[in-house]
Design a protein around this ligand. Structure first.
Ligand code: NAD
Ligand code: WQD
Length: 339
């Protein structure tokens, strides 16, 4: 079976490529390398000892995409390619709609043209907006608060319309909670271009001294220690969720959304403390005001993925901290380091 992976050089894509290769899938990976480096692809090959084709193209380049589908017999697509910075999406909404929404439309047009109708897609817990009930299940009301989130919701709705028009499609919408951690080899991990946006990347970069301190966005939330609570999920568990979703998509028709989370929430302070203990270093922090748009608490009800995909998260917060630190301390400048 040959799988096209879009955005496969990125954080979640590279870890998922390792799982797919280790489970016998052949890959064609495409990436424009706007938030990633070619070195991640080399390391995926090194970790797995398997080779695959890498295409440095833009998903929006329809001709190039058609060439890929005509050169290879693609059985399914795992679609990660997208822009993901919430703040940037407020400043550059058109870039986000064009890249994330139009990119997905171009992909689906070409898939339809080549009669490939099996698709696993990156969605996000962001589609739940400010959920009123915890844990969040897939049938919770949807609502978004920024252009990035809106692109994810629009993509989900577009894909539901495609399925309604043609029941031969088989689509899994994977709503990720907060990915953290790295491959145990320390060879691949998260390496964002520019300033990190997420708490976890911020902590590791403070850990190596690239940044001075973590700013905690508010300690006056109605939570046990006043800081925000999220459902952090190990990147390897997340990658395995894609494998299970892909197996399911290849053996059924329909469109289904699945939460990929652990079902357990940790506060910002708990994450910092656990990281300090695991890495054996101190992480300076200071409390600043709330970040606009943040919710107090968010964690998943992951029972649907367990029931229907046979998937559940296995790794805990200590393992996420340990593996992230293992990657970051040996790759101070991410993939720019020689290793
Ligand atoms: P990432 O930025 O590390 O990876 C995305 C990859 O897509 C990058 O390598 C980038 O170069 C590539 N890309 C973007 N636009 C492209 C285009 N037009 N053509 C070709 N390649 C393109 O991000 P990630 O964390 O691995 O996220 C993967 C997906 O998961 C994204 O769709 C993101 O929105 C979604 N997601 C991420 C998180 C998170 O916290 N990391 C949470 C929920 C959902
Ligand atoms: C986690 C907690 C912050 C940074 C975002 C996107 C979401 C999804 C995952 C893609 C919150 C606090 C953070 C910092 C802090 N991405 N924090 N200091 O906001 O849950 O989700 O990433 O789909 O769409 O919105 O993740 O890591 O930014 O924040 O105190 O420097 O850490 O307030 O409580 P978030 P995050």
């Amino acid at each position: 079976m040959t799988i096209l992976v879009t955005g496969g050089a990125g954080y979640i894509g590279s870890h998922t490529c390792v799982e797919l290769l280790n489970n016998g899938y052949k890959l064609v990976v495409l990436d424009k390398l706007i938030n990633s480096k070619l070195e991640s692809i080399n390391r995926v090959k090194k970790i797995t000892g398997k080779d695959f084709i890498f295409e440095h193209i833009d998903l929006l380049d329809k001709k190039a995409l058609e060439r890929i589908f005509s050169d290879h017999k693609i059985d399914a697509v795992v679609h990660f390619a997208g822009l993901k910075a919430v703040g940037e999406s407020v400043i550059k909404p058109l870039d986000y709609y064009r890249n994330n929404v139009t990119g997905t439309i171009v992909l689906c047009e070409v898939m339809q043209q080549f009669d490939v109708k099996n698709l696993v897609v990156s969605s996000s817990a962001t589609v739940y907006g400010t959920a009123k009930q915890m844990p969040i299940s897939e049938d919770a009301p949807l609502g978004v608060t920024n252009p990035y989130g809106r692109t994810k919701l629009m993509v989900e709705e577009i894909l539901r319309d495609i399925y309604t028009s043609d029941n031969n499609w088989s689509i899994a919408l994977l709503r990720y909670f907060n990915p953290f951690g790295a491959h145990k080899s320390g060879q691949i991990g998260e390496d964002p271009n520019g300033m990190p946006n997420n708490l976890t990347t911020y902590i590791t970069q403070v850990g190596i001294g690239r940044l001075n301190e973590v700013r905690i966005f508010g300690n006056d939330y109605p939570t046990k220690d006043g800081t925000g609570i999220r459902d952090y999920i190990h990147i390897i568990d997340l990658a395995k969720g894609h494998l299970k979703a892909l197996n399911n998509v290849l053996n059924s028709n329909g469109i289904e959304a699945y939460n990929l989370g652990t079902g357990r929430g940790y506060s910002v302070l708990e994450v910092i403390k656990t990281f300090e203990k695991t890495a054996g270093i101190s992480i300076p922090y200071k409390v600043v005001g709330r970040r606009p748009g943040d919710v107090a608490v968010s964690y998943a009800d992951p029972s649907k993925a367990k029931r229907e995909l046979g998937w559940e998260a296995e790794k805990n917060l200590e393992e996420m901290c340990r593996d992230s630190w293992n990657w970051q301390k040996d790759n101070l400048y991410g993939y720019l380091n020689k290793k």
